[in-house]
Write a protein that binds this ligand. Structure first.
Ligand code: HSE
Length: 311
């Protein structure tokens, strides 16, 4: 095999109560990475589309090429290859854009090398991509994009990553209001110490959400989708957040919250029809306020990144 194209999906990190420890993948949007062996002995960025020239072209600074270089070093390969990255989702949107690109690069290079590493073994390389992109190696976007499904990062040191059950029919509505919030900035405003009373309520919800997924209990999942720690601070960055939550719940969402570091908001619903109605109602409300938005409706993506073409 000389070339490969990979689709890597967007993801919803935190899932309200699980800051940095919970995330799930969706089917759309997502990025595409095309990679080909070229015998040059170096890794190059040959093309980036859809980024308006914003991403670094220097292979050492671009997170996709940087993770690929680390990967090749790790497996002891001196292969040269060219990377084409097609950005198909907005920057600073809270949809795990940088994560999808790094995951796409890693799945592509691993495929070209004959898959010497498992998806789980690729995870630490993808996390380093997050450090390059936003200064912190969190896994709650890269792990779902790489592995698919709903993921719990029980521990970072040592890394302990668990795939949770995905109840059938669960569907996610995503609404991206057209404002940009860089993840690094959204992390800097979070308090670094929290009251014990908030912590107690939060870990009750994390346990409740995990139990709800295992028992397919929609009511328990909905009751647990509450964030007492991060959302109260971050929601100030997101226009009309509280109004959107009221609408989402009125239209039948199980729960509503910030996707990753925002400004995208997500509504988890028991079926695609409800998710569609919720996102339309939210987009309509934002329009009334004079704000454009982009909507996506997607079931949980159980597969994660996938090879779409080989040559
Ligand atoms: N857990 C990370 C955060 C995800 O909320 O900052 C970033 O998308």
């Amino acid at each position: 095999m000389k070339s490969v194209s990979v689709f890597a999906p967007a993801s919803v990190a935190n899932v309200n109560c699980g800051y940095d420890v919970l995330g799930f993948a969706v089917h759309r949007p997502g990025d595409e990475v095309h990679m080909s062996l070229n015998g040059s002995g170096v890794v190059s960025i040959d093309h980036i589309g859809g980024d308006d020239g914003r991403l670094p072209r220097d292979p050492a600074k671009n997170s996709v090429s940087a993770v690929v270089i680390n990967y090749l070093k790790h497996i002891g390969s001196e292969q040269g290859l060219g990377i084409k990255l097609y950005k198909k989702m907005p920057f600073g949107s809270g949809l795990g854009s940088s994560a999808a690109s790094a995951v796409g690069g890693l799945v592509a290079v691993n495929e070209l090398m004959g898959n010497p590493l498992t998806r789980m073994e690729l995870l630490p390389f993808a996390m380093e991509g997050e450090r390059i992109a936003c200064g912190n190696a969190h896994a709650d976007n890269v792990a779902p994009s790489l592995l698919g499904g709903i993921i719990l990062i029980r521990s970072y040191d040592p890394l302990d990553v668990i795939s949770l059950p995905v109840p059938d029919q669960l569907c996610c509505g995503l609404v991206y209001p057209h404002v940009e919030i860089p993840t690094m900035a959204a992390r800097q405003i979070i308090r670094t110490s929290i009251p014990m009373s908030s912590a107690i309520r939060q870990w009750g919800n994390v346990g409740g959400l995990v139990a709800g997924l295992f028992t397919n209990d929609a009511g328990l999942i909905g009751r647990s989708l509450v964030d007492h720690i991060v959302e109260p601070v971050r929601k100030m960055l997101i226009p009309h957040f509280d109004e959107m939550r009221t609408i989402a719940l009125e239209y039948g969402a199980l729960g509503f919250g910030i996707s990753g570091s925002g400004p995208t908001v997500f509504a988890l619903c028991t079926d695609e029809n409800t998710a569609g109605k919720v996102t339309s109602a939210l987009a309509e409300k934002l329009k009334e306020h004079g704000l454009g938005s982009t909507c996506y409706v997607s079931p949980i993506n159980k597969q994660g990144a996938r090879v779409i073409e080989t040559g």
